[in-house]
Design a binder for this molecule. Structure first.
Ligand SMILES: [Zn+2]
Ligand SMILES: [Zn+2]
Ligand SMILES: [Zn+2]
Length: 203
């Protein structure tokens, strides 16, 4: 129940006006401090963090700057600190902005923004000399067999090729599905049926 209370509190804070936040120290690290602002990429279907002022890297990307596109639905992802049910081991990638699973035997998967000979995702931003980086929170995903309560939206899947979380719901709004590992569709194999909840929703 503490988890639910905290989520409510976050919603109230983020819904308040900026004037009302005067005096509070709000730092610019939304990937760590906030649970919402996760969105589905309409081109590769990966869940990525939309609140960092960058669209990251998309394996389907040639439009605009090569980053992810955004369907516009605002999803929440829990952190370990939130408690409750679910699978730990999920991280934000500081290169491509995707949510990915680090708990798969240390396999970093495949990142569309990889650099320096490492093909995988990183749970922190690319190191730049003299600049502080940002590291990922530790995220927890509910699934149909291990969740806090009914509701939410299932159909989110782990891809064992890229280690990302992708939206496998059969929905005509989505026209593309591209895995950065091979530019073929993501894999469903071995994945749980994960559940996400929309920001502002009581489900
Ligand atoms: Zn994408
Ligand atoms: Zn990545
Ligand atoms: Zn994939």
């Amino acid at each position: 129940m503490a988890n639910i209370r905290r989520r409510t509190a976050l919603r109230l804070v983020t819904g308040a006006s900026l004037a009302a936040l005067g005096g509070l120290a709000i730092t610019a690290q939304p990937a760590q401090a906030l649970q919402h602002l996760w969105g589905t990429c309409t081109r590769c279907r990966i869940l990525w963090f939309t609140g960092n002022g960058t669209r990251g890297g998309c394996p389907a990307g040639d439009i605009l700057d090569g980053g992810h596109h955004y369907l516009g639905l605002d999803w929440m992802v829990k952190t370990v600190e939130d408690g409750g049910a679910g699978q730990p081991g999920w991280r934000w990638c500081g290169l491509c902005q995707a949510l990915w699973f680090e708990g798969n035997g240390g396999d970093p998967g495949a990142c569309p923004s990889a650099y320096g000979g490492n093909p995988g995702h990183l749970p922190f931003t690319r190191p730049v000399a003299g600049q502080p980086g940002t590291s990922s929170a530790h995220y927890v995903l509910e699934d149909l067999t291990n969740r806090d309560r009914p509701g939410g939206f299932s159909g989110w899947r782990f891809c064992g090729k890229c280690n990302g979380l992708w939206d496998a719901v059969n929905n005509s709004l989505y026209t593309n599905n591209v895995c950065p590992s091979d530019h073929q569709p993501h894999s469903l194999w071995g994945s749980g049926n994960y559940v996400l909840r929309r920001f502002g929703s009581t489900r």
